[in-house]
Write a protein that binds this ligand. Structure first.
Ligand code: HPA
Ligand code: ZN
Length: 319
């Protein structure tokens, strides 16, 4: 049986499969520099986070209309549902679209067309989390939050993503305070390529409730003790870590040791179109390569619902 699970670390723009990218390019008259879907797939050999981000932002050029965002989200939700995802907390990167002249309303309303009906069409409940690009300025993040104010009934929380090293969480203190004042939940990527100190800073300065990735906490035993004590959820993405070279091979991934240490781990897909697998594929890979027991897999699935932003009654129904 496919384990029911929640996906808590998923960039909707990272679900853009080559086939859909070329279809949208045709529909919108956008010329792509790759020779078809196979040529594009060949470009998916990443050295690090930045080499991935360069391609990720470039391919977004095909996303232009509400219908494009609707089709993108619908395609993701269908794939996720087929792999046992019952609830998805979905990141999007408004600054990457605003910079191309695609408005906040186009993005949010387009995504919402698919998300709003998803419990019926796919059996998947959803939340939207708006991410700030940490390699852009704090002022740009604040302007993005202001641009989102008419759409806050559709947005559950804020996150922080893009190039991590050299862009510490504290840069975004004010915008996270403003987001909290608007009743938004808070998460942030930390400890993917950046140092363990960024994990503590995201908790202490930004007040986040979950850490996205958090992989590098294993380098700091005192931090691990704190994360265990406070049951801070980590949204790990094993196949992403392999593709972006955070670990050498999946067999080297610290997930089993992290679970043994008592950390509240979840397993997610990050950017599945680019990293070789959706949520269920990540579960299958860690079971196969890391030898996780059935009980450990159940723990990961249970953690995913406990760490979600579902309310208690909704959570029970989703499981
Ligand atoms: N890390 C940081 N930013 C991102 C990622 C990621 O894995 N995917 C999309 N934006
Ligand atoms: Zn991510």
């Amino acid at each position: 049986m496919v384990l029911p699970k929640a996906e808590l670390h998923l960039h909707i723009e990272g679900t853009l499969e080559p086939e859909l990218a070329f279809e949208l390019a045709r529909r919108n008259g956008v010329e792509l520099p790759w020779a078809g879907t196979e040529g594009l797939r060949e470009a998916y050999r990443f050295r690090d986070l930045q080499s991935f981000l360069d391609l990720y932002y470039e391919l977004m050029a095909v996303l232009r209309t509400e219908r494009d965002f609707e089709d993108l989200a619908d395609a993701y939700l269908a794939r996720a549902a087929a792999q046992g995802v019952r609830h998805a907390e979905i990141f999007f990167d408004p600054q990457a679209h605003l910079a191309r002249g695609v408005g906040m309303g186009t993005v949010v309303e387009g995504l919402w067309r698919a998300l709003g009906r998803s419990p019926e069409t796919h059996g998947v409940s959803t939340r939207l989390i708006m991410c700030f690009l940490r390699d852009e300025s704090a002022e740009s993040a604040m302007a993005t939050l202001e641009a989102a104010e008419p759409y806050l009934d559709r947005i559950t929380g804020v996150g922080l993503d893009s190039a991590e090293a050299g862009h510490p969480p504290a840069k975004f203190r004010e915008v996270y305070e403003a987001a909290a004042g608007l009743g938004l939940r808070r998460v942030a990527h930390a400890g993917e390529e950046g140092p363990p100190a960024y994990i503590a800073e995201a908790l202490d300065v930004l007040g986040v409730e979950r850490i996205d990735h958090g992989l590098r906490c294993v380098e700091d035993p005192a931090l691990v003790r704190r994360l265990v004590r406070d049951r801070v959820p980590l949204t790990l993405c094993p196949l992403s870590n392999v593709r972006l070279r955070a670990v050498d091979t999946l067999a080297d991934h610290p997930l089993p040791a992290m679970l043994d240490a008592g950390l509240m781990c979840t397993v997610n897909s990050d950017d599945p179109a680019y990293f070789g697998g959706y949520a269920g594929d990540n579960f299958d890979a860690v079971q196969r390569v890391l030898g996780l027991s059935r009980e450990r897999l159940r723990e990961l699935a249970r953690n995913s619902f406990l760490a979600s932003f579902l309310e208690d009654d909704e959570e029970l129904r989703a499981r």
